[in-house]
Design a protein around this ligand. Structure first.
Ligand code: SAM
Length: 231
């Protein structure tokens, strides 16, 4: 899968993908990540990407022109296998099901807003969709883009060392993941559950299913309400 990120802060992305499974996938070529500097598509000597908002008020707004020029030069042709997504607090809420949906698309281009936001014509006429990573306001779309790339890339075949870990994790079947323990079995008197030490795989599987359900009831009952009554 190919990711493009359009930003005025290309150096931001040196950090988040320098390590971990996604970093390795990029290094091996299993995932392609292209960071584009929006200022490369400006035409004045100050490389201006923003201007004052019509109607007055605080702050600056990102101009439509460089963004259209950038996307149209990165992708001279659009197709259903390519999606342009604008990171925006006003977008569809990004969750695990959206991450799964995006992981089936061949190529996505993420636009990072800054300042007061982006000229609305970008959302209306350039992007396929606006995407929000949560109900809070960030100072820029870069952190949100990194979150989207990480969550989507790790779902791609071959990115996680153990394919099963993406199948049994939180939000996959409307539940949280089960809790995990590792050695030592007794740490400061807090013991790992006995059943996990006994080597009986069927008992462990059943115990983990129940533990995942109980943890969901405790921490995120809203997930169970969303999933509806068990069959
Ligand atoms: N005036 C905007 C509003 O109230 O919705 C906030 C603009 S914010 C300061 C600047 C940029 O950060 C946005 O254009 C967007 O790209 C990004 N951003 C902020 N919050 C976000 C969120 N929850 N999810 C995704 N991107 C976000």
């Amino acid at each position: 899968m190919i990711f493009h990120i359009l930003t005025i802060f290309p150096d931001f992305f040196k950090g988040p993908f320098a390590c971990g499974v996604v970093g390795k996938a990029i290094e091996s070529g299993a995932v392609e990540l292209h960071i584009h500097n929006l200022r490369d598509w400006t035409s004045d000597r100050h490389r201006t990407v923003d201007d004052r908002p019509f109607g007055g008020g605080e702050g600056m707004v990102m101009k439509a022109e460089p963004l259209f020029r950038a996307v149209e030069s990165i992708w001279p042709e659009r197709s259903p296998g390519k999606k342009v997504l604008l990171l925006s607090a006003q977008g569809r809420l990004f969750d695990q099901s959206v991450a799964r949906e995006l992981s089936t698309i061949g190529e996505i281009l993420l636009i990072c807003g800054r300042y007061e936001g982006v000229d609305e014509r970008v959302a209306e006429h350039l992007c396929d969709e606006e995407l929000s990573i949560g109900d809070y306001v960030l100072s820029g779309g870069e952190l949100a883009a990194a979150v989207v790339v990480d969550a989507v890339a790790r779902l791609l075949p071959g990115v996680l060392g153990n394919e099963a870990s993406a199948v049994r994790e939180s939000f996959t079947e409307g539940l949280l993941d089960c809790p995990h323990w590792t050695r030592p079995a007794d740490f400061r008197g807090w013991k790992a559950p006995e059943v996990l030490l006994n080597g009986n795989h069927e008992q462990i599987r059943l115990w983990r299913s129940r533990a995942a359900y109980e943890k969901t009831v405790r921490q995120r009952p809203d997930l169970l309400r969303k999933a509806g009554p068990a069959a």
